[in-house]
Design a protein around this ligand. Structure first.
Ligand SMILES: Nc1ncnc2c1ncn2[C@@H]1O[C@H](COP(=O)(O)OP(=O)(O)OP(=O)(O)O)[C@@H](O)[C@H]1O
Length: 270
């Protein structure tokens, strides 16, 4: 039982964005960070896995090819947190959660019970009855994440889940996701720019560049100074802090003439 990606290819706007991605199977309970520079293809991969973009190749979840499932059935198994925040509409936050959980196939009673649990776990009860247009961007992002957790999908796809959150909530949210994966055996793939969060919370990192897999492995092993220089064009290293945790130390930008960083991501029509 796992997620297997084989020869995944995605085109957008007439261009090949992801060309034949293979990955070692993702295990139940695992958190994987999808890393890479702007335009590397992280969101494209996540949207293709969620079924929002047509793709070739195979995406198998627990032995079932997701591309053969009807969209509704696929959405019961796969929960997506998009990069964009939920719109600031007159909808009450609780209604956002309820709509999502009911759409995932839960009964009304089951949906309400799951939402109560997630609101408690994330300490969001005080905001549950607020209109979305009265919440801050970060609060709306937390509500969207609460919805994904309450839907209890087998595969969670989170596109920059902490982009609008303060330091407390970045850690709190990732710990809640980690706990959910451990408890239910769900699998999590999340696009991240914060490498410290990837080092701290993820079992594995998948690094993309120009839509191709560059490396895939344990965060500490993969995030070497050479890789950081090649992918991000920065002079940086991972060291162990006095509390025994890995930390990214950034010394600065590499001189662009010396950097081995590829030019800004650009894809040739294929
Ligand atoms: N709607 C679209 N139509 C056509 N091309 C797109 C579209 N969205 C993204 N692209 C292209 O796909 C490539 C990958 O974009 P994608 O958003 O997947 O990158 P990303 O790694 O998530 O970037 P970021 O870190 O900036 O969010 C880019 O070259 C981008 O120009």
């Amino acid at each position: 039982m796992s997620l297997k990606i084989q020869a995944l290819a995605v085109r957008r706007g007439g261009r090949t964005i992801i060309a034949g991605l293979d990955a070692v199977p993702f295990e139940p309970g695992s958190l994987t960070a999808v890393l890479g520079p702007n335009g590397a293809g992280k969101s494209t991969l996540i949207q293709a896995l969620a079924g929002l973009l047509a793709s070739k190749g195979s995406v198998e979840l627990d032995g079932q090819n997701l591309n053969t499932l009807a969209p509704l059935h696929r959405s019961h198994k796969v929960g997506l947190l998009p990069q964009s925040l939920p719109e600031a509409t007159g909808l009450v936050a609780y209604e956002l959660l309820l709509g999502g959980v009911l759409a995932s196939g839960a009964s009304r009673a089951e949906a309400e019970q799951r939402i109560e649990e997630v609101l408690d776990r994330l300490d969001l009860r005080a905001l549950a009855m607020a209109r979305l247009d009265t919440l801050s961007g970060g609060q709306r992002q937390m509500m969207a994440l609460a919805q994904v957790l309450a839907r209890r999908p087998r595969l969670m796809l989170l596109d920059e889940p902490t982009s609008a959150l303060d330091l407390y909530w970045q850690l709190a949210v990732l710990e809640a996701v980690r706990e959910d994966a451990r408890r239910r055996g769900s699998m999590v793939l999340m696009a991240l720019h914060d490498l410290d969060l990837a080092l701290r919370h993820c079992d594995r990192v998948l690094v993309l560049a120009s839509g191709a897999k560059l490396v895939d492995g344990a965060p500490r092993e993969v995030l070497t100074p050479d890789l950081l220089a090649r992918v991000y064009g920065i002079d940086a290293r991972v060291e162990t802090c006095s509390h025994g945790r890995p930390r990214l130390l950034v010394d600065g930008l590499l001189n662009p003439l010396q950097a081995k960083r590829p030019a800004p991501q650009h894809f040739n029509p294929a």
